[in-house]
Write a protein that binds this ligand. Structure first.
Ligand code: ZN
Length: 190
């Protein structure tokens, strides 16, 4: 399932490590179902420039699946995988690494403090919504998968009812496009 979705989204599956967390290690992750990190270029930032090493500068991405993931039906699991893969497509890990490192370097603030700020939490909320809105606009199947996910799976303190309404609206647009295409086909056959 994950491999097919990666290929459908233009990602080489060999650049993504799949990790399955065992039941014995779930204490600190009990809320988490799955998470993703995009493949990234390793770099160091100083006040003057960004340095990218000439060799060994690439790190594979990853998708980590936690034990509670398997308790959901197939459609929900597919939608959750799509959400994680969208984080990879949208390069959120890279963006966040670069942004937090630059702020930390320029302002002399530890990245751990930056990530506790309300502005950072707002950025994460935007990225979480983006990981569903962008794929929903790609095709009808993705839109319906994500509508089903958010109808059944609450995302506390992050995605709210307005987000569900947006997904539902995108799905309705896809229905409308399908109806118009059907009507056009009938007219052409007359
Ligand atoms: Zn997410």
């Amino acid at each position: 399932m994950i491999r097919n979705l990666l290929v459908d989204n233009g990602i080489n599956p060999n650049t993504i490590n799949l990790n399955y967390v065992q039941n014995s290690k779930i204490d600190q992750h009990s809320e988490c179902l799955a998470e993703a990190k995009s493949p990234r270029i390793l770099f160091t930032i100083t006040k003057e420039n960004i340095h990218i090493p000439k060799k060994n500068n690439f790190m594979n991405g990853s998708i980590t699946i936690y034990p509670s993931f398997s308790g959901y039906e197939k459609t929900i699991r597919q939608a959750m995988c799509l959400h994680e893969i969208s984080h990879i497509v949208l390069q959120h890990t890279n963006d966040n690494d670069i942004l937090s490192t630059i702020i930390s370097e320029q302002k002399n603030i530890p990245t751990s403090d930056i990530k506790k700020s309300k502005e950072w939490k707002q950025l994460i909320r935007i990225e979480e919504a983006e990981a569903e809105i962008v794929p929903a606009t790609q095709c009808h199947i993705y839109a319906d998968l994500l509508v089903t996910l958010r109808k059944n799976q609450f995302y506390p303190q992050c995605l709210f009812v307005n987000h569900y309404k947006k997904l539902k609206t995108i799905s309705l647009y896809w229905n409308l496009i399908a109806l118009l295409e059907k009507k056009q086909k009938i007219n052409c056959e007359k």
